[in-house]
Design a protein around this ligand. Structure first.
Ligand SMILES: [Zn+2]
Length: 408
């Protein structure tokens, strides 16, 4: 039993026309007119496939194919169709359309399942226009409140609540008031591991946890010429010690330790002024919470040491924390055995990026399926994936879902 890869590809290309960019990517930010067009297109396809539609108050959309026993919670798959400002055609969209393709295939083959099948797309996964990221699935699982989400504003001051209303996707269902029997999500890997190892399917045992910080080092601005080296309070030089340590900490906890400084602001940012203040971000990740915590402690200890050695003021604030998310063994096994049955080359890949599946996993057994993307590039207009890989991932999804939903 196989899905129709050409049809999946054609749907992906059709959806990618909405908000298409000149460089071949997609710009379809959450709750814009283009998002509405994308939503309408996908919902229309689902209706054509005989599915019924439920929308909740945060705009999550659930598209349902009934089972023979509709008292059972649905076996769900899904992802998101909003994109980054310079996004690609596949991130999120693939997970939604793969789900739709599963349903179209079941219809073609006239296969009935005991449990219903649902395909979801979650509101504002990307977090680009509105913070926080993974908003729809986050509200759904109770990670934060509907009110918090509604109040989130974009740069123009428009709120999520108003924009949902405007595009007609503020539904009646209370978020979370929607049972899930099991949840699967297919996604492009967004990293280079599968391609590098020449494997087709990534079985995802877990998603890395992350810890984000804002660090501010305060020194003293002074003239770059007259101020001798020994009498400076150079905030940038002290900052670079910490930045080096962020990478060193990650390297001490392989293979999943990650340490990144991605954002730096130097004040006053002038060629002949000793920097007086530096603000920068720190992003630490690991798949094991204990190790992530150790990395956190080591970083704080290093900052204490640097503070006393340098005499500069250093403040550090944790601004985000997501614990690592191990997926459910039964769902991971369902993906693994579907992959084996279909004969695809495979390996385990820990996800370094966040996905809606993390929040779904708080409510139901969940698992993910990765397929390679070109050069591991995502969140970029040049994001690319091979049709044969997308087809393979969708076939794995089909069989994993059927294992849970049971063919009648
Ligand atoms: Zn995504």
């Amino acid at each position: 039993m196989k899905i129709n890869g050409d049809r999946l590809w054609a749907s992906l290309m059709e959806l990618a026309k909405i908000g298409a960019t000149e460089k071949g990517g997609v710009k379809r930010l959450a709750l814009t007119d283009l998002d509405k067009q994308g939503r309408d297109l996908v919902v229309g396809w689902a209706k054509d496939a005989g599915m019924s539609i439920t929308i909740d108050q945060i705009g999550n959309v659930f598209m349902r194919r009934d089972g023979t026993n509709n008292t059972l919670p649905p076996v769900m798959t899904g992802s998101h169709i909003d994109t980054q400002p310079t996004g690609g055609k596949f991130d999120g969209n693939y997970g939604v359309l793969a789900g739709l393709e599963v349903v179209r295939t079941l219809n073609d083959l006239k296969i009935k399942t005991e449990a219903p099948i649902e395909v979801a797309f979650w509101t504002n996964e990307e977090g680009s226009r509105f913070v926080p990221v993974m908003m729809g699935s986050g509200v759904f699982c109770g990670a934060f409140s509907l009110e918090t989400a509604y109040a989130a504003k974009d740069v123009d001051g428009k709120t999520v609540g108003d924009e949902l209303e405007r595009i007609g996707y503020k539904g009646p269902q209370v978020p979370g008031d929607h049972p899930i029997g099991a949840y699967f999500e297919t996604h492009i890997e967004q990293g280079p591991v599968l391609e590098d190892a020449d494997k087709v399917i990534g079985v995802v045992p877990a998603v890395m946890g992350l810890s984000w910080y804002d660090c501010v080092v305060t020194g003293m601005e002074a003239h770059a010429g007259p101020t001798p080296m020994g009498l400076r309070k150079d905030a940038l030089q002290v900052s670079t010690r910490i930045m080096q340590e962020v990478v060193a900490i990650a390297n001490r906890y392989p293979p999943y330790g990650r340490g990144t400084v991605g954002m730096v602001q130097v004040f006053p940012n002038s060629r002949n002024v000793i920097p007086g203040e530096v603000k920068f971000s720190i992003d630490l990740r690991n798949v094991n919470d204990e190790l992530l915590n150790t990395m956190h402690e080591e970083m704080l200890a290093f900052i204490d040491k640097t503070r006393s050695e340098s005499g500069l003021k250093i403040s550090i604030e944790r601004v985000s924390y997501y614990p690592p998310c191990p997926f459910h063994p039964e769902c991971v096994d369902a993906v693994r055995s579907a992959t084996a049955k279909l004969g695809y080359s495979t390996m385990d890949v820990v996800s370094g990026a966040g996905h809606d599946a993390i929040y779904a996993a708080r409510l139901a057994p969940a698992g993910m399926i990765f397929v390679p993307c070109k050069d591991g590039i995502s969140h970029n207009e040049i994001e690319d994936a091979k049709a044969e890989h997308l087809e393979a991932g969708c076939n794995v999804l089909l069989h994993a879902m059927l294992e849970r939903a049971r063919v009648v």
